[in-house]
Design a protein around this ligand. Structure first.
Ligand code: CP
Length: 316
């Protein structure tokens, strides 16, 4: 594995999931692989799970880890090439990324979309510039359009908890007070579309994901219908792709409630976290025995560790 920025870098998702589940049983079996190697974690945005789980994963593989909040701890970076840098950006990504590449063997980057200019966000400029100038493998810690470490985690978790060979998995939009990116649903859809699951995406009209992500998923516009017979309910808010970055609905009928969960096949409840209680999901659901959000977050370590191991093996 050279980089890890989307499902396309995974090659064989079943192999990755099996490897992760094995790693979960023997977390330190590969501690020699990262000896004298350094992982750099660059955050343009806040994080709890991605930051801690990736650091733990790298440490489990014997790597040293350096973490930086870009912009807050370092200089503001200019991403565009050929510009006259007479504004507030003190350093160009071409030097910054190249210098980071001198210190690190693998570099993780988190950079959210601005949700103003769809073309700019979907061009993934920040990720592409780091891939261009760092000269080292780049791992997406959530980019403008995808969150692949989260999606691998989600598939690991579904594989662990499924009770039928081909479960019905429902990605359901839920209300939120802020306009959120499409990264998690885009990425989840991209992975579920090639996994052995019966996949439905449910959302109000106007919240269609880009067709390259929704793929062949069944689309449902009814907040209850999609839940019928579901084995997994994966809740997430996202802002509109079509009316880019806008909130079009705050209809509480889309909140995940006990009443809707009763329509399912005793479904497990999943969410990538952080989650707004009683907006996205009712307390009664997230506090129920069917909620696996904490176990899901725990699996972030094994997803990250599997990806880092694959990259370290490529470097040998
Ligand atoms: N799910 C997730 O990426 O969590 P953080 O934003 O806390 O890293």
């Amino acid at each position: 594995m050279q980089h890890f920025t989307s499902v396309k870098d995974a090659y064989n998702i079943d192999k990755l999931v099996n490897e992760a589940l094995l790693m979960k049983k023997m977390p330190y079996a590969d501690k020699h692989l990262g000896k004298n190697k350094t992982m750099g974690l660059l955050f343009f945005n806040s994080s709890l799970r991605t930051r801690l789980s990736t650091q733990k994963a790298a440490q489990n593989l014997g790597m040293d880890v350096m973490v930086m909040n870009v912009g807050a701890d370092s200089w503001q970076l200019e991403m565009n090439e050929g510009v006259i840098m007479n504004g507030d950006k003190a350093e160009h990504v071409s030097e910054a990324a190249a210098v980071i590449g001198q210190y690190c063997d693998i570099v993780g980057v988190r950079s959210f979309p601005g949700l103003v200019d769809r073309e700019y966000d979907y061009s993934e400029l920040v990720l592409k510039q780091f891939m261009k100038f760092t000269g080292k493998p780049i791992v997406s810690l959530e980019s403008a359009t995808r969150h692949p470490l989260q999606s691998l985690t989600d598939l690991i978790t579904i594989t662990e908890y499924k009770t039928v060979e081909r479960p019905k998995v429902v990605l359901t939009w839920a209300p939120h007070v802020k306009a959120l990116p499409q990264c998690v649903p885009n990425s989840f859809a991209e992975w579920m579309n090639i996994a052995n699951v019966d996949f439905t995406i449910a959302h109000p009209k106007g919240y269609e994901l880009a067709p390259e992500f929704s793929g062949n998923a069944k689309i449902c516009y009814d907040p209850k219908e999609a839940f019928e017979g579901a084995d997994f309910i994966y809740a997430k808010n996202w802002s509109s792709y079509e009316d880019y970055g806008k909130i079009l609905s705050s209809d509480p009928a889309w909140t995940v409630s006990e009443e809707k969960m009763k329509l399912t096949n005793n479904a497990k409840f999943m969410h990538c976290l952080p989650v707004r209680r009683n907006v996205v999901v009712d307390d009664a659901v997230i506090d129920s025995a069917n909620s696996i959000v904490v176990q899901q977050a725990g699996n972030r370590v094994w997803a990250a560790q599997t990806v880092l191991k694959e990259i370290l093996l490529t470097q040998m």
